[in-house]
Design a protein around this ligand. Structure first.
Ligand code: FPP
Length: 225
């Protein structure tokens, strides 16, 4: 396999609030424009050759935001699934959800289950992290591994939400912040990292292509020489 080609990219989509603030607009508008950036990226997925794109849409810590903002984000999720599901199906995009999404509002869980079933035969995976926290994911996976009788790196990895996805090659964070914020902690062990100043609503498919070109030029050693 061509080692320089990324198979799995994950993105911490940050900066919606600052994008809106800079323009004197409500945070909700920043999130709306953030969804549009997601849509553009998903539409460009085929051309990227990626097997999987994983997006951090709602962290387990995001519940600490105001009730209004949480409601806005949940409503955006409802609308996004409803409006874009036909496109996912038409474009062979397979939806996957990671995190504790089963504890979201029952109508969202039902919509997501339907979307998962309808896109099950898709070729490229769009993994959306919802109510996701990396430490919790590892704790859950280790508990399951222990219940099965053996705790090793391999048995934990096999119980992670991402067990069926290719290894994470590249993790991108937008908006100039340089931290992982509890995203894909285990999976990031050998991933390349890219921190860009672009605020998420301004992120274009061209930024992703650039990131993939950058990735292809990096030399990965996985601890060896
Ligand atoms: C960070 O911006 C972004 C989020 C907390 C949520 C990301 C969600 C979306 C892009 C929309 C929903 C996604 C889908 C897949 C429908 P921030 O509010 O932390 O920005 P700030 O740091 O500038 O305040």
């Amino acid at each position: 396999m061509d080692q320089s080609r990324a198979r799995h990219v994950a993105i911490i989509m940050d900066g919606n609030g600052r994008w809106a603030k800079k323009r004197g607009l409500p945070r909700a508008v920043g999130h709306q424009r953030g969804v549009e950036a997601v849509r553009r990226l998903v539409r460009s997925l085929e051309g990227t050759g990626l097997e999987c794109l994983t997006l951090y849409a709602f962290s387990s810590e995001n519940w600490k935001r105001s009730e209004d903002e949480v409601d806005d984000l949940m409503n955006l999720m409802r609308r996004f699934i409803k409006s874009d599901l036909p496109e996912f199906i038409a474009n062979n995009v397979k939806l996957k959800i990671i995190g504790d999404w089963q504890s979201l509002a029952p109508d969202i869980v039902a919509m997501l289950e339907d979307a998962l079933a309808q896109t099950a035969n898709g070729k490229q995976t769009l993994a959306v992290a919802l109510n996701y926290g990396g430490q919790h994911e590892i704790a859950r996976a280790a508990t399951k591994a222990a219940a099965l009788g053996e705790v090793t790196i391999g048995t934990i990895a096999a119980q992670l939400d991402t067990a069926d996805l290719p290894p994470l090659d590249l993790l991108i964070r937008t908006s100039g912040e340089i931290r992982l914020s509890n995203f894909l902690l285990w999976q990031a062990a050998y991933a390349e990292m890219l921190f860009v100043d672009t605020l998420w609503p301004d992120f274009e498919p061209a930024h992703l292509s650039q990131a993939l070109d950058d990735f292809a030029r990096r030399e990965r050693r996985y601890g060896g020489r």
